[in-house]
Design a binder for this molecule. Sequence first.
Ligand SMILES: [Mg+2]
Length: 384
Amino acid sequence: MSTPQGPAGRGRNTRQALVETVQAHAYTIPTDAPEADGTMAWDHTTLVVVQVTADGLVGTGWTYGSPVIAPLVRQTLASCVVGQDAVNTTSIWTAMVRSLRNIGRPGIGSMALSAVDCALWDLKARLLDIPLHRLLGSARNTVPLYGSGGFTTYDHDQLEAQLRGWVDDDGMRAVKIKIGKSWGHHLDRDLARVRETRSIVGDDVQVFVDANGGYTVGQAIRIAKQLDALDVRWFEEPVSSDNLAGLGAVRQHTTADLTAGEYGDSLNYYHRLCQADVLDCLQVDVTRCGGITELLRITAVAAAAQLDVSAHCAPYQHAAPMAAIPNLRHLEYFHDHTRIERLFFDGTAPPTHGELPLHPTSPGNGFTFKPETAQPFLTAGAAA
Ligand SMILES: [Mg+2]
């Protein structure tokens, strides 16, 4: 593709464009306040950005996880990518998966794979000079969102400010807070915070809760009945997502949709989850599951199980691919990741009426990474 044919950009799809470079860097960004959910507390988030180049263009993908993902990309995955035709995302993805066999695809292996695959899809769209959501076959022009945060560490003023921002400024029609504080040891406080949330957002906004696996089955069933009384519509990971029987048991005691899946790192994981028939909506994360290439297969498996999917976190990384998923329900507009992506990437427009707009003409994912903004957060020891 080094010699475009005809009008600018129109001939880019007629010749090979070999990947020239793969770069990966990790950035560790402090949170804007102490944060916790039912089973973890944190004060920073690590973003790993991968960039691939071909024919003078740059494709960018990213994930959130450990800084060691960056050297894993450079030392193991890059050799599967450099020199390959950039549009052959399937063959490159297959080579990357094979290269992880003896290292471990699950966890950080899949996060590294995901970031590179997302970068390659962005590059492919840029080489073809069309928006990524159009390359993938858009099903919609905007992506429905729900506001997500509501950390167990927040006091009333922090919670109210966050909820009001989502509802009043962003037009969100659903919001999610964390419950299950301290592994389910504060059920009364959990319920009080749900009541607080309902009183702030009113009756016209759906209230979701996420326990991050913090409850026992018995606790989850007991609180589920009280969440029903507060018209909670979404009960995420009431017990560990590995406890399929437990999820199924809780589901029998609530009218809220039972959801899980955010940690999934392969098609097989999601196939088992769908086959278990314990969920009302499947959560999937393109920055963990194996990238866009795997996401397309996972969402098809979900469709075959008659399940909607909901995208987990990394809202701007998800926007283009989720626009092409017919059984998409919504995308999680997660506080930490939203803050980072809006700061580090140009082109990240704010939500409108609770939906994320897709740029109709910008090639690729529509975003440009700003390394000069991210530089102060570059993680020591993970640099090249
Ligand atoms: Mg969750």
